[in-house]
Unconditional design. Structure first.
Length: 234
């Protein structure tokens, strides 16, 4: 199930399993703001996420090509065998080159480490890509998928799932009700912020007028220097 709207605005891409050990990766771009609304999420059963032997897990040995991104952090519990592995890929939303790098990271993790389950922000449950991947002309399908990535319609994960059918399961990790509740709160906050900024600008103009009337000239100059220091563009 895919959610609209907000599906492409803010998305957290994860490779998901029963999380008690994890690796954080970043694409080769600045980090984008992250938001998610997932609560208790059911992970599909019957899918082996990696070929890792969790009894001898060594996250130091997990790496990706440096032209695609870098490993930021790892964690695993001491003294117990992890129940699963999570690889968290930080995303830059609606950025074509970043999305292509994510697709290549997924390809690398699948081919080298046997990752088969990809969790997506902005969706709940199974994400079916067969509408595109089952089209009879794969080269044309890939061209269209690339175009949709460039336009910000497809993510790197969707592109990979469409152009490499059968390699991974795309699974939305959101709770639909919580997702739209958080989306509503975000939009209401954004609207309130616009109103608040207008009020602040008006108050600032009033204060500036009173400063000119009441402050000695030297104090006005000092205030302007302080303001320029903290707000250089003014």
């Amino acid at each position: 199930m895919r959610f609209k709207p907000f599906w492409h605005k803010r998305r957290l891409l994860q490779i998901l399993a029963s999380a008690v050990a994890g690796v954080m990766l970043a694409t080769s771009f600045p980090q984008a703001p992250q938001a998610w609304a997932a609560i208790q999420v059911a992970v599909p059963t019957g899918i082996s996420n990696t070929i890792f032997d969790l009894t001898a897990l060594n996250l130091d040995s997990l790496n990706i090509p440096e032209q695609l991104g870098r490993k930021i952090d790892t964690w695993q519990p001491d003294g117990i065998v992890p129940e699963g592995l999570v690889i968290h890929i930080q995303d830059m939303h609606v950025h074509p080159e970043a999305q292509r790098n994510i697709a290549q990271i997924l390809s690398y993790l699948h081919d080298q480490y046997g990752v088969t389950l990809v969790g997506l922000e902005g969706a709940e449950g199974a994400c079916d890509t067969t509408l595109y991947s089952d089209l009879p002309d794969p080269p044309s399908t890939e061209q269209v998928a690339q175009l949709f990535v460039n336009e910000g319609i497809f993510t790197g994960a969707e592109y990979y799932g469409i152009t490499r059918p059968g390699t991974v399961t795309l699974w939305g990790v959101e709770n639909k009700e919580a997702y739209f509740e958080h989306l509503k709160a975000y939009r209401e906050g954004a609207t309130a912020n616009v109103r608040a900024q207008a009020v602040l600008v008006h108050l600032e103009q009033i204060l500036a007028e009173w400063k000119e009337r009441l402050y000695p000239l030297a104090l006005q100059h000092q205030g302007n220097r302080i303001l320029t220091f903290y707000v250089p563009s003014r």
